[in-house]
Design a binder for this molecule. Structure first.
Ligand code: NAP
Length: 532
C-alpha cells in the first residue's frame, strides 16, 4: 500500500530534527515531522522559565553528526541558556533545510496500526490523517507536564504558570508576591532568578534536594579554540563514557581513600562545578550507600556553611534519600538565595498544602498571600508523553493497557505488539541518565541503520519479540538494583505521579553497556526482533 509518508516523526526537538535529517537526507525516504508547538526545539521550545539553562556543558550538549555544524556554531558560555539552545536548534533546522518537512502546531492524538497492510495511521488534533510505514516517536522524556491536583486552583485570582508552559513574552515579577512549588532541577534554577525580581518569593518545599554549584561562566576564547581543534576526540570520549560526558570517569572508590583525600576531591569538584561532582569524583557514589553518604554529608556541610539561618539550613538539608538517587541538580546561587530578606522557605512535608485560595494558598497551619504561583512540579516522565497519545498496535491493543503495570520495551527502542514503531529515548533506555544529545544520536542512528538493513533485506516489518522484551525488562530491573535509585521517590521510578506504577524507567546500566547491547543485536541481524 502506498502510504502518505515512509516515515512520520512525532516531535521536533533534538531527536526529531536529527531523525528527519537521517531518514530524509541520509536514507532518502519520504519523511515528515509533526510538532505540537509553533516552533522547533522540543524541551527548549517549551521550558522558557526564568533561569532555564542546560546542566550539561555547551560544547558537548550539541550534535556531533556534522563537523561543519560543530565548527561554525559559537557557544557563548559554559552552560547555554534556553534562548541560546533554542537558537542553535533553529539554526540546525535552517542549516539542514529541515523546515520544509516539519508541520508545526500539529499535535498527534492517536496512532493506529493496521495489521494487514502494516501501516500506521496517525491522527492529529487538527483532524488530519496521515499514513506512514514507519512511525518514530521523538516526543521526549520530560514533556508531559505535571500540574498537581491541589483543590481550589480554579479559584485563584492571581496568575499561575507551570515552568514548562511558560509564556513566550515572559512574566514580570516586579512588585509581586510569588509562591514557587517544587525544588527539583527546575525550581532550583528558577528560585534565584525569581527572587532577584519579585517583591517576595516563598519556596514551598516538599523534599529538599542536593545541589552542586554549576559555576557558569563565559567560554574563554582560547579554551573554545582548543575544544574546536579537539572536537573529534572529545566526542569520542562522550560516546565511550557511561554518562555521555567527555570526562575520564574516576576509578577510585570513595571508601579506599582517607577522609582528607576524599574531602579534597569533593572540595576541588565543588569549586569546578557541575556534574563532574557525580561522575568524576568516585566511581561508587551512585552505587554504594556508604560511599554515597560521604558525598551527601559533604553537600549538607556546604548547605550549613552557606545558609545563615540554621533552621532554614536544616530544612534545606536532604536526609531521606541518597545523593543523586534523584536527578542531581546543579545551580547558580540556590542556597545563597535563602539569605535574602525577600525569600522564605516553607516545609510542606510537615505541613502540606491543603488548598489554593482566591488570594494564595493555605497549608494546614498557615495561609500565604500570593500574586503568582509557579509550579515547578515536573513531568509524567518517560511514559507520559507516549501515553497521552492513543497508540494502538497489532490487534488494536492499546499501549496504555500494555503498560498498565509499567513500560515494557526492548532496549527502550521498540515494543512487542507495536510493529514499525520506534521510540527514541523510550523507557528502558539510558537516555535521561546520559547527556541527552549523545543518547539521542545513538538511538536515531540505530533506528535508521535498522531501517536501512530492512530495505536491503527486502523486509517491511519489524517487531520486538515478547521473549526478548521480557528479558530486557528483567535486565533493566536487575541493573537498577545495583544503584541506589529505589531509595528515593523520584520520577526515575514514577513516584512523582499519584497512581503511577512504581517501576524503574531508565536503564541504569550505563551508556557503554547499553551501546554494546544495541550493537550486538544489530550485528546478529536484529536478534530479539522479528523481521518479515
Ligand atoms: P522534578 O525533578 O520532578 O521536581 C518536581 C518538584 O516538584 C519536586 O521538588 C517535587 O517534590 C515537587 N512536587 C511535585 N508534585 C508536588 C506536589 N503535589 N506538591 C508539592 N510539591 C510537589 O521536576 P523538574 O524540577 O521540572 O525536573 C524534571 C527533570 O527535568 C529533571 O530531573 C531534569 O532531568 C530535567 N531538567 C533539566 C534541566 C537542565 O538540564 N537544565 C533543568 C531542569 C530540569 P518531591 O521531590 O517531594 O516529589
Amino acid at each position: 500500500m502506498r502510504t502518505d509518508y515512509d516515515t512520520l516523526i512525532i516531535g521536533a526537538g533534538f531527536s526529531g530534527l536529527y531523525a528527519l535529517y537521517r531518514f530524509r537526507d541520509v536514507l532518502g525516504l519520504r519523511a515528515r515531522v509533526l510538532e505540537a508547538g509553533d516552533g522547533v526545539g522540543g524541551t527548549w521550545y517549551w521550558n522558557r522559565y526564568p533561569g532555564a539553562r542546560c546542566d550539561s556543558e555547551s560544547f558537548y550538549y550539541s550534535y556531533s553528526f556534522s563537523e561543519e555544524l560543530e565548527q561554525e556554531w559559537e557557544w557563548t558560555c559554559r552552560y547555554p541558556d534556553q534562548p541560546e539552545i533554542l537558537a542553535y536548534l533553529n539554526h540546525v533546522a535552517d542549516r539542514f533545510d529541515l523546515r520544509r518537512d516539519i508541520q508545526l502546531e500539529t499535535r498527534v492524538v492517536s496512532a493506529t496500526f493496521d495489521d494487514v497492510a502494516a501501516v500506521w495511521t496517525v491522527e492529529t488534533e487538527r483532524v488530519e490523517r496521515f499514513t506512514t510505514h514507519y512511525l518514530i516517536s521523538a516526543v521526549g522524556c520530560l514533556s508531559a507536564t505535571n500540574v498537581p491536583e491541589i483543590p481550589g486552583l480554579e479559584r485563584f485570582e492571581g496568575d499561575w504558570y507551570h515552568t514548562s508552559r511558560w509564556p513566550h513574552e515572559g512574566v514580570d515579577f516586579t512588585g509581586k508576591r510569588v509562591g514557587l512549588i517544587g525544588t527539583g532541577s527546575t525550581g532550583i534554577q528558577a528560585t534565584p532568578v525569581i527572587a532577584a525580581e519579585a517583591r517576595h518569593l516563598t519556596v514551598f518545599q516538599r523534599t529538599p534536594n542536593f545541589s552542586v554549584p554549576a559555576r557558569n561562566a563565559p567560554l574563554d576564547p582560547e579554551g573554545w579554540k582548543w575544544i574546536k581543534q579537539n572536537y573529534r576526540a572529545l566526542r569520542q570520549l562522550t560516546r565511550e563514557s557511561s554518562g555521555g560526558f567527555p570526562y575520564i570517569p574516576s576509578e577510585r572508590s570513595a571508601m579506599d581513600v582517607s577522609d582528607e583525600e576524599r574531602n579534597a576531591v569533593y572540595e576541588q569538584l565543588w569549586k569546578e562545578g557541575g556534574f563532574k561532582f557525580v561522575f568524576g569524583s568516585f566511581h561508587d557514589i551512585t552505587r554504594n550507600k556508604a560511599a554515597n553518604d560521604t558525598a551527601a554529608e559533604f553537600i549538607r556541610r556546604k548547605i550549613r556553611e552557606t545558609v545563615k539561618d540554621p533552621a532554614t539550613a536544616e530544612l534545606l538539608c536532604p536526609t531521606d534519600h541518597p545523593y543523586a538517587a534523584k536527578r542531581p541538580p546543579i545551580d547558580t546561587d540556590y542556597y545563597e538565595t535563602f539569605n535574602r530578606d525577600n525569600v522564605t522557605l516553607v516545609d510542606i512535608r510537615s505541613d502540606p498544602i491543603v488548598e489554593i485560595t482566591k488570594t494564595g494558598l493555605r497549608t494546614g497551619k498557615a495561609s500565604y498571600e500570593l500574586d503568582v504561583i509557579v509550579f515547578a512540579t515536573g513531568f509524567d516522565a518517560m511514559t507520559g508523553s507516549l501515553l497521552r497519545m492513543d497508540i494502538r498496535g497489532a490487534g488494536g491493543v492499546r499501549l496504555a493497557d500494555k503498560w498498565k503495570d509499567g513500560p515494557r520495551t526492548l532496549l527502550g527502542l521498540m515494543v512487542a505488539g507495536f510493529p514499525n514503531l520506534f521510540t527514541v529515548t523510550g523507557p528502558g533506555s539510558p537516555s535521561v541518565l546520559v547527556n541527552m544529545p549523545v543518547a539521542i544520536e545513538q538511538h536515531v542512528d540505530w533506528i535508521s541503520d535498522c531501517v536501512a538493513y530492512m530495505a536491503e533485506k527486502g523486509v517491511t516489518r519489524i517487531e520486538a519479540t515478547e521473549e526478548a522484551e521480557d528479558a530486557w525488562v528483567d535486565h533493566v530491573y536487575e541493573a537498577s538494583l545495583e544503584t541506589l535509585m529505589h531509595e528515593a521517590d523520584s520520577w526515575y521510578v514514577g513516584a512523582n505521579i499519584p497512581g503511577k506504577k512504581r517501576v524503574i524507567l531508565p536503564y541504569t546500566g550505563g551508556q557503554l553497556v547499553y551501546r554494546e547491547h544495541c550493537d550486538e543485536t544489530a550485528a546478529k541481524g536484529y536478534a530479539g526482533f522479528e523481521l518479515r
